[in-house]
Design a protein around this ligand. Structure first.
Ligand SMILES: [Zn+2]
Length: 301
């Protein structure tokens, strides 16, 4: 497929030189002989895990654990080969308007992951939700919680520009403290009870502990950031009564619904892109997000 804009991924260490990029949408150039569901000329979106959409894990709702899954990680390029195209790709109803493309691109990873954070934390109409992490995934987790009917959404952020986007996406309160202090502030704001749903979108020891301490007894904590060196205290978990659910987001499960919401302009997740660069300036995009000068960079081939 020929790629349209591409996105830069969040914090991941890398070893040696390799092509990068797990987020993509674009126009199909050519299909393999067995591909039936998409055809050249269509505008398609896929997830960072290619999946067959028919194995027991896919049909149970976890395509990111597909028995035949393949990681798609070389999208920062003019062309991309997508394996298992029939299961992986979802076609848009038509070629999209240019202004829809940033939002369509978010579906591929950061929106799909934020949506899973909200779904896995059982966000329901009327719920009180706390979101830990103000990167693109955290901000889109706020948007997702809002779509699922949350009444109060507390976003944890220290960055003014990100706080502003969080509010535009539906945050009703902002907490700038972290760790135990951040958890204590959530308790303060919820009459000492804690949030019904806590969406952990960072993946550090501090953020995991903060998240599980911010939830009410019997509440739900989702975690969608890849954990780096995280160890949880079993006794603390035992007495917290929290439900924990996370992992690599099963984005493929949500693609049709998210595509519809963007297509009908019900949501505008593309706001997370605050920097647009030509593909050959990918390194500057990485620097800008690393130095927190940008939330997320969009690359145009
Ligand atoms: Zn599968």
């Amino acid at each position: 497929m020929r790629l349209r804009p591409l996105a830069l991924p969040g914090h991941q260490s890398s070893e040696g030189a390799h092509a990068n990029g797990p987020e993509y949408c674009g126009i199909v150039e050519e299909t393999g002989s067995e591909v039936q569901s998409v055809k050249p000329g269509q505008f398609v979106i896929g997830s960072f895990f290619a999946s067959d959409n028919i194995c027991p894990n896919c049909t149970f709702g976890y395509p990111s654990s597909c028995e035949r899954r393949e990681f798609v990680s070389t999208a920062q390029a003019p062309f991309l080969r997508v394996p298992l195209a029939d299961g992986t790709l979802v076609a848009a109803p038509a070629l999209p308007a240019q202004d829809l493309i940033p939002s369509l691109l978010t579906i591929s990873d950061v929106l799909g992951t934020g949506w899973f954070a909200a779904a896995a934390a059982n966000v329901k109409p009327g719920a009180t939700v706390a979101v830990v992490g103000d990167g693109a995934v955290g901000l889109l987790a706020v948007l997702s919680a809002k779509q699922m009917g949350a009444e109060r959404i507390i976003a944890m952020s220290r960055h003014q520009a990100r706080q502003q986007v969080a509010r535009e996406f539906g945050a009703t309160g902002i907490i700038s403290e972290r760790g135990d202090q951040g958890a204590a502030r959530v308790k303060d704001l919820t009459d000492g009870i804690g949030a019904d749903s806590v969406l952990e979108c960072v993946g550090t020891q501090e953020s995991m502990v903060q998240s599980s301490s911010s939830a009410r007894k019997g509440g739900y904590v989702s975690y969608v950031g890849v954990p780096h060196g995280v160890e949880l205290n079993g006794e603390m978990l035992f007495y917290s009564h929290v439900h924990l659910h996370g992992g690599p987001a099963p984005v493929r499960r949500f693609l049709p619904e998210l595509l519809r919401l963007v297509w009908e302009r019900k949501i505008d997740p593309g706001k997370v892109f605050d920097l647009t660069l030509p593909l050959h300036e990918v390194a500057e995009g990485c620097r800008a997000t690393d130095e927190r000068r940008a939330i997320k960079a969009l690359l145009r081939p």
